[in-house]
Design a protein around this ligand. Structure first.
Ligand SMILES: *[C@@H]1O[C@H](CO)[C@@H](O)[C@H](O)[C@H]1NC(C)=O
Ligand SMILES: *[C@@H]1O[C@H](CO)[C@@H](O)[C@H](O)[C@H]1NC(C)=O
Ligand SMILES: *[C@@H]1O[C@H](CO)[C@@H](O)[C@H](O)[C@H]1NC(C)=O
Ligand SMILES: *[C@@H]1O[C@H](CO)[C@@H](O)[C@H](O)[C@H]1NC(C)=O
Length: 450
């Protein structure tokens, strides 16, 4: 009897211990609109969300979704978003202030784009693992990429041949290559193999160095970066807008999984493609939201904070014209790229997400993106586990909940990488600077609904 009582008590303790093992944000009782970290931007913490249902007109059945992205509509969305981001009335001045802000933040130099400088745009082609085949996996459309290229070349004054569009671990698809190349023939395209016309193979900068801030990661202190990233003066992470099977969702942080060369680690993620060291495989257990608590070390913070990766971001942008539920899905036991999904929630009302989000603060951008994705019934992955743990860690990278010393260069501990908070509710979508433009210290969300 005594033993039985003991056993019951033990079981109860174990049950509660397990029940509490994943404690996520916001923990019960956390006040809303209590930002962590330090806001960044011409207007600190500002995130602009432009949405126009006319940008995405696919019927969900016929052909490929990316043939139904309206270039003119998307261009107007980006025009308006960039003007709101900086508070300027014309796009030349707006891009001038974006470059100026970046050079002051990075180098304390009050100057704009300078002749000869190059820019790398990091795409997330995670779904493109079947060699050079078009597929209906949700990702940035050529129209979204070209809208950005139009801005950089026209208003930013950057020559086409000084711009590289890349993903070093995956492959371009034919529709992306022709979509970009036909409009911007001198823009450089780079992928893992370089085996399709107009695309070069990635080269590695063997003098570069990134180290993960936890030695539990296999190969943690031996990571290199692609030359297109290390030799560019500016980076623009152009994210997808979707859920993710391991990380819950994927925006700026996860994008840089496609930028790291780990000589000790091999990926052979497709029988159709030779093994590559552009392989983030050893990081996966550390971003898996089902096994990592709130307050755990997260390697996304190292990628966000490295001065040759996200930290060098001129602009952070989410290509959300066709957002999706996941990076990948299983059909008859086989993995396949996941198509876009319609968003049921307000204000989408059962249409494609038809949105572009921009910010100068990567943590703020991902925070708003996460609130939208988490609120969407058709993106259930964004509700799993503590998916925004990396935003807590990253916003307080100087003093994170996990106690990690984040130091991805091995030379200097990181400062705050931006500001994180959640909106006050999914209908009003107010952040602290919306509620109080003077005393608010967090995010300001500017919504533009066409
Ligand atoms: C890298 O890490 C391994 C094991 O964690 C260690 O043995 C090695 O000395 C480290 N190398 C450098 C250069 O820090
Ligand atoms: C995340 O971890 C869980 C529990 O170990 C595992 O079942 C799942 O397959 C992992 N997810 C991914 C995408 O690796
Ligand atoms: C990793 O790939 C290299 C080729 O880059 C190969 O020589 C090596 O045997 C592979 N190692 C493993 C453990 O598969
Ligand atoms: C959210 O903001 C709206 C608009 O300012 C306000 O009416 C509402 O009370 C706020 N909700 C919460 C929970 O603070």
């Amino acid at each position: 009897m005594r033993n039985l009582n003991f056993l019951i008590v033990l079981l109860i303790i174990l049950f509660f211990k397990n029940a509490q093992s994943i404690v996520c944000d916001p923990p019960v009782g956390t006040p809303i609109n209590s930002p962590t970290g330090k806001a960044i931007g011409v207007h600190a913490g500002r995130v602009v969300w432009a949405r126009d249902p006319k940008s995405a007109t696919w019927d969900g059945v016929t052909g490929m979704y990316y043939d139904y992205a309206d270039a003119d509509v998307i261009q107007s969305m980006l025009d308006k978003a960039i003007l709101e981001l900086t508070g300027n009335f014309d796009l030349y001045t707006a891009w001038g202030s974006i470059f100026r802000y970046h050079n002051i933040r990075m180098y304390k130099e009050n100057r704009g784009y300078t002749k000869g400088e190059s820019i790398a745009i990091k795409l997330n082609l995670n779904g493109d693992f079947i060699k050079y085949s078009d597929n209906n996996g949700n990702e940035a459309t050529p129209e979204e990429i070209n809208a950005l290229l139009e801005h950089l070349t026209k208003y930013g004054g950057v020559p086409q041949n000084k711009i590289t569009v890349y993903d070093s671990s995956r492959l371009m698809t034919p529709h992306l290559v022709s979509g970009i190349h036909s409009a911007f023939p001198d823009v450089v395209l780079i992928d893992n193999l370089g085996e399709i016309e107009y695309v070069d193979k990635v080269t590695t900068d063997f003098s570069s160095h990134l180290q993960f801030s936890s030695s539990a990661i296999p190969g943690w202190n031996l990571t290199m970066l692609p030359e297109c990233a290390t030799k560019s003066q500016y980076i623009i992470p152009l994210d997808n807008f979707r859920g993710h099977r391991a990380a819950g969702f994927t925006l700026t942080g996860k994008n840089f999984f496609g930028s790291i060369y780990m000589p000790l680690i091999n990926c052979s993620w497709s029988t159709l493609i030779q093994p590559t060291h552009y392989c983030p495989k050893s990081l996966h257990p550390f971003i898996n939201v089902s096994t990592n608590n709130f307050g755990a070390y997260n390697p996304l913070v190292d990628l966000l904070g490295h001065p040759n990766l996200a930290y060098n971001g001129l602009l952070y942008m989410s290509a959300g014209v066709y957002g999706g539920a996941s990076n990948i899905e299983e059909i008859d036991g086989k993995l396949a790229p996941a198509p876009p999904v319609k968003f049921e929630s307000e204000p989408f009302n059962n249409h494609w997400s038809s949105s572009i989000l921009v910010s100068l603060d990567p943590i703020a951008l991902d925070s708003v993106g996460f609130d939208i994705l988490r609120n969407e019934p058709n993106v259930p992955l964004a509700k799993t586990g503590c998916a925004d743990n990396y935003l807590h860690e990253g916003s307080q990278a100087n003093d994170p909940p996990s106690g990690t010393i984040y130091n991805p260069t091995g030379k200097k501990q990181l400062e705050s990488l931006g500001v994180h908070e959640h909106w006050n509710n999914s209908k009003d979508r107010q952040y602290s600077r919306n509620l109080d433009p003077i005393k608010g210290k967090g995010i300001e969300l500017v919504e533009i609904h066409f």
